[in-house]
Design a protein around this ligand. Structure first.
Ligand code: SF4
Ligand code: SF4
Length: 375
């Protein structure tokens, strides 16, 4: 019998993030994909994804988020959606809106797709296209969003907020309403990977963040009953850290295009962790026993001040990837927490500013052909 504080304590995952491919025609400078994008030739085939979905359902997973890159780059996406449905999972497609047409969306709906999430980069088309690094992205996203609603599928609009668009949070919520979304998720950039490389360009001012937070509250009241507004607070200006992924190895898992299973999408930024692969292990074995999942599961790994803190089962010491990115030690208290001995350094980092051009998320030179011409 194990206590919840132990690293091999048993938790049941609820959600599976299936990164079907890292190919994407867009180049968002805050993309959550790793800087070392996985190549097309190593991607899992349809049958393996179908097995992963069955094993996930047996573990207790209820929802699969079909993500990327751009999942529309997979020619077998209809079969993958059908496999998720056959496994009994609620299938949520997370798409850039570029790479899926209304016709292909109809096939996905027929195959059993339950829900669609489309990201928008800004309410001003020209700015949205600059942020996405793709001319015409705004128009295609809008067209697909209308197609989702016409098909009767529920639509969530994702908005990632940063210095270039933070003054238009209200306009982006209005746009989500116009598109017919039932939910809008407003998330400030999380600074790992690509976003870390662009931090000085993307970081808003503290006053902008405060104004945006107040505006979100006002929008919630004004649009109550019309649209659900979820908001994620920006880390660098917070007092307490977020409970990242609901606690390491507690509620969710992430399968990369080549089959590596991660406790969170950024876990590969932490050196020294060993990730087991679905081509070599059953998902249940990985969830229970893989070294990466056990590394920070529970609370026994925690140093002070987390170890004796009353919030340790609320925020789980914050984000391991952020702790490593900011301190070089993945076991450290997340510096976002005001109780961390490194907290004061965040203000200095948040004050760094650059007006340079974005470093866009792109395949490395010589592999550009892996980004397919969108449908
Ligand atoms: S580049 Fe943009 S659209 Fe493509 S996967 Fe990354 S965040 Fe999503
Ligand atoms: S000390 Fe650790 S557990 Fe306590 S609030 Fe800060 S990050 Fe959370």
């Amino acid at each position: 019998m194990t206590s919840p504080g132990e690293r091999n304590a048993t938790y049941a995952p609820l959600g599976l993030l299936a990164e079907l491919t890292h190919r994407c025609p867009l180049g968002c400078p805050y993309c959550s994909n790793p800087v070392a994008l996985e190549p097309r030739k190593g991607e899992l085939d349809t049958a393996t994804w179908a097995r992963v979905f069955r094993e996930a359902a047996a573990l207790g997973v209820l929802q699969v988020h079909l993500s990327g890159g751009e999942p529309g780059a997979r020619r077998d996406l209809v079969d993958i959606v059908a496999a998720a449905r056959a496994a009994g999972l609620y299938g949520n497609l997370i798409t850039s809106g570029v790479g899926i047409t209304e016709a292909s969306l109809g096939k996905l709906a027929d195959a059993g797709l339950d829900h669609v999430q489309i990201s928008i980069q800004d309410s001003i088309p020209a700015s949205a296209d600059v942020i996405a690094g793709y001319t015409g992205a705004f128009a295609r996203k809008n067209a697909l969003a209308h197609g989702v609603v016409r098909l009767g599928l529920p639509l969530t609009v994702n908005v990632v907020v940063h210095r270039a668009n933070i003054e238009r949070v209200g306009a982006m919520v209005e746009l989500a309403l116009e598109l017919g979304a039932s939910r809008v998720e407003i998330a400030h950039v999380q600074y790992y990977g690509w976003a870390l490389a662009n931090r000085a360009i993307l970081m808003p001012e503290r006053e902008q963040v405060a104004r945006a937070a107040a505006e979100v509250e006002e929008l919630r009241q004004r649009h109550h009953g019309r649209i659900v507004i979820d908001a994620v607070v920006p880390d660098y200006y917070a007092r307490y850290p977020k409970p990242c992924v609901g606690g390491w190895g507690r509620r969710s898992l992430n399968v990369t295009p080549s089959g590596k299973v991660l406790p969170c999408h950024a876990a590969e930024t932490i050196p020294g962790l060993t990730f087991w692969n679905v081509t070599e292990h059953a998902l249940g074995d990985i969830w229970q026993n893989s070294p990466a999942f056990r590394a920070f599961r529970g609370t026994n790994w925690m140093p002070e001040p987390c170890a004796s803190c009353a919030r340790r089962d609320i925020d789980f010491g914050g984000c391991r990837c952020q702790a490593f990115a900011l301190t070089g030690d993945a076991t450290a208290t997340d510096p976002v927490c005001h109780l961390s001995p490194r907290h004061a350094e965040l203000a200095t980092l948040a004050a760094e500013r650059s007006e340079a051009a974005y470093t866009y998320r792109r395949m490395p030179a010589g592999r550009e052909a892996e980004v397919e011409t969108p449908a």
